[in-house]
Design a protein around this ligand. Structure first.
Ligand code: NAD
Length: 290
């Protein structure tokens, strides 16, 4: 396939390289001038989009996605697929999809989970919203860039699934970390805590697969001085998107609201920026009850 790839950052770069390595003809654009292996660099979003069967965007925010969409939709050929893999607000995802559909394109919102390692290894999970025909056309590309693609429903459903998942993750990581910090103060050995909780009703992905305590459980960013991994500021971004969505549909999300406030404090007023989101454990360990 002829693919246009816009946004060749930490995630987009390796994703585009994997598509090129699989034999696809990939033209890439990023204003930062970064490139990816096997990808032909072009000098604008429009140039990447022109003549492509599928145009993939991997961008920082909904505002930038809307800007790029306004540039590329007129340049894309009818029947092509506009595949956005960025994590953005549901409203922007739906607005861009509406514009793409009106121009005779297929539109998919397909945010990912799996991080930079998953992007490099081609093991991402895609959560996809949009029409069935577009999903079928993009499926071979999902299979190269990832290990799983779930078609979640109409436009916006992929972003909805992503922020709901990450709202659970953020709240669960805080709960896991505060339980470790409490256990420490109660004199409970961390290994014993892990052995019990990881096989009891408090278990979770945060505890079992990404344990925030160094030297306990499987290898995780805690074992590498909390270098990300999944940076606290990216968790804050996703928790903020979840709150925006909750406000838009009047959903009560007390845990999600609290999780966002705690990560905001950590990232904006403490030393959380640039640290893995599991560094919530040393943060809570150092604090007293207030
Ligand atoms: P990044 O900042 O490394 O890459 C984004 C790229 O977009 C940059 O290279 C930037 O130059 C480019 N860009 C900015 N404005 C542009 C424009 N107008 N036209 C074209 N390109 C433009 O970010 P990333 O870590 O690759 O993340 C990309 C998206 O994936 C984000 O939405 C993020 O939330 C999501 N995501 C990231 C991770 C992760 O672990 N990094 C995991 C899951 C999802």
């Amino acid at each position: 396939m002829k693919i246009g790839f816009i946004g060749l950052g930490n995630m987009g770069g390796p994703m585009a390289a994997n598509l090129a390595a699989a034999g696809h003809d990939v033209a890439g654009f990023d204003p930062a001038g970064v490139t990816a292996e096997g990808v032909a660099a072009v000098d604008s979003s429009e140039a990447a989009a022109t003549g492509a069967d599928v145009v993939i965007t991997m961008l920082p925010s909904g505002a930038i996605l809307r800007e790029v969409a306004a540039q590329i939709i007129p340049a894309m050929q009818k029947g092509a697929v506009f595949l956005d893999c960025s994590t953005v607000d549901v409203t922007s995802a739906r607005a861009v999809a509406d514009d793409a559909l009106a121009a005779g394109l297929s539109a998919l919102d397909a945010p990912v989970s799996g991080g930079v390692g998953g992007a490099a290894g081609g093991t991402l999970t895609f959560m996809v919203g949009g029409d069935e025909a577009g999903f079928a056309k993009a499926k071979p590309l999902f299979d190269i860039m990832g290990q799983k693609a779930v078609h979640c429903g109409a436009s916006g459903a992929g972003q909805a699934a992503k922020i709901c998942n990450n709202m659970i993750l953020g709240a669960t990581m805080i709960a896991t970390c505060e339980a470790f910090a409490l256990a420490d103060k109660l004199g409970l050995d961390r290994q014993a805590m892990f052995d019990v909780v990881s096989t009891s009703s408090g278990y979770s992905w945060s505890m079992n697969a990404y344990c925030p305590a160094p030297g306990i459980g499987p290898q995780s960013p805690a074992d590498n001085d909390y270098k990300p991994g999944f940076a606290a500021e990216l968790m804050l971004k996703d928790l903020t998107l979840a709150q925006q969505a909750a406000e838009a549909v009047d959903a009560d999300t007390p845990m999600g609201t609290a999780a966002r406030a705690i990560y905001a404090e950590f990232v904006e007023n403490e030393d959380g920026r640039g640290r893995d989101f599991s560094a919530m454990l040393p943060r809570l360990s150092a604090r007293k009850r207030s």
